[in-house]
Design a protein around this ligand. Structure first.
Ligand SMILES: Cc1ncc(C[n+]2csc(CCOP(=O)(O)OP(=O)(O)O)c2C)c(N)n1
Ligand SMILES: [Mg+2]
Length: 372
């Protein structure tokens, strides 16, 4: 605590932040694995989820470079967060994701083609075959924390044994929306788990320029929320931290804030070039801690992995991604009016006016093109 108290004043409160971790960078256990994740098969599932996400991300960057997909933000080096989160959830729980949680969407049953549709500008990308109660991806930084608190409020009101998990970045924790969501979740003991993906960067702003807080987890303390930090490159640590939070939420014991500490190895997104503001040596210093290698090393140490299994897994993930890409581009093109269809159940007069004007303009343009 950065204070210089007058001597003799009594201490009225003390706080501490604990950090959770199981597998270190070398794949060595620093504490015993939780019972449900201690068998290699369940670790292989988590590993597969992360490798699939990385494969999808690499493909999406390539498609963007070819002009076939819109701007895309990868989760390269951060895959343990969405997979740790999703693997701890039940399908009846509600995920309120930001734009780096595609791995969680896949885990929860959203198709590769559906994830891609979002970045291809189609409304189908938010109307998926995964849980219909999950929220669409929030590009708006931090605004969705309020929706998460609202959804948790509804669950509490109805007496349901479900919970909400809301994921956002380090920069989101400097926003009023997020503090307000924490406050409501604390005072009403809402069944919600907030997960901060602390990847050290907000586009070109490093964490130290964004907040003077020692940890981001402590931002929940003032709201009376249970908080902890997790090694965000350790999929087991993220999974357990979220699982404990979900148990707390479902048993009526209130909200949790998990700060998952990781590092953004890639550019912010495909419209960014991080070399303009970030020393590549900083990136190099974090590569060794990335989340997939350590799980692989652990699996190898218990003789549950081999080069052959790795090749097979990679081939499967590539095939899944390629099939999704094919499905995306084979799909019938959506009418431009679709972008207005899901704003309200009934369009307002102003929205209808905009839609009709837009459709008329497109029709005129097409007619003009035909005339040559
Ligand atoms: C409300 C709002 N303000 C600004 C932006 C522009 N913006 C997009 S991503 C981003 C940085 C977010 O950083 P962080 O929360 O750490 O998430 P990360 O991208 O690192 O995962 C900003 C400022 C936005 N999308 N929404
Ligand atoms: Mg960030």
């Amino acid at each position: 605590m950065r204070s210089d108290p007058t001597p003799g004043l009594p201490v009225v409160a003390r706080f501490e932040i604990r950090r959770r971790g199981y597998i270190d960078e070398d794949g060595i256990l620093v504490r015993p694995l939780p019972p449900k994740l201690s068998d290699p098969q369940s670790m292989i599932r988590l590993y597969r989820g992360m490798v699939l996400a990385r494969t999808l991300d690499a493909k999406c960057v390539a498609l963007t470079r070819q002009g076939r997909l819109g701007t895309y933000a990868t989760a390269y080096g951060q895959e343990a967060v969405p997979i740790g989160v999703a693997s701890a959830m039940r399908s009846s729980d509600v995920l309120v994701p930001s734009y780096r949680e595609n791995a969680a969407l896949l885990w929860r049953g959203v198709g590769v083609d559906e994830v891609l549709s979002y970045y291809a500008g189609s409304e189908r990308g938010s109307n998926w075959g995964g849980p219909a109660h999950d929220f669409p991806t929030s590009i708006t930084v931090g605004g969705h924390a309020l929706h998460a608190a609202g959804a948790a409020c509804a669950m509490q009101y109805r007496g349901e044994a479900r919970a909400v998990v809301c994921v956002f970045g380090d920069a989101a924790t400097s926003k009023g929306d997020v503090y307000e969501a924490f406050n409501l979740a604390g005072v009403w003991r809402l069944p919600v788990v907030f997960v901060i993906t602390n990847n050290q960067w907000a586009i070109s702003t490093p964490l130290a320029k964004q907040t003077a807080s020692e940890t981001l987890a402590q931002k929940g303390l003032a709201a009376g929320i249970a908080v902890e930090q997790a090694d965000g490159n350790d999929v087991v640590a993220v999974h357990e931290a979220v699982r404990v939070g979900l148990d707390r939420a479902r048993t009526g014991n209130g909200a949790t804030l998990v700060e998952a500490v990781t590092y953004r190895l890639a550019d912010h997104n495909t419209a960014d070039d991080a070399r303009r503001y970030r020393d590549p040596a900083d990136v190099d210093a974090h590569v060794g801690a990335e989340p997939t290698g350590r799980v692989r090393r652990w699996l190898e140490s218990v003789q549950a992995w081999s080069e052959a299994r790795q090749s097979k897994l990679q081939a499967t993930c590539t095939a899944v991604v390629e099939a999704g890409v094919e499905k995306l581009f084979a799909a019938e093109r959506e009418s431009p009016s679709a972008m207005f269809d899901h704003v309200y159940s009934e369009p307002s007069a102003e929205l209808a006016r905009q839609r009709d004007a837009g459709l008329r303009a497109i029709a005129n343009e097409r007619r003009a093109k035909r005339r040559g």
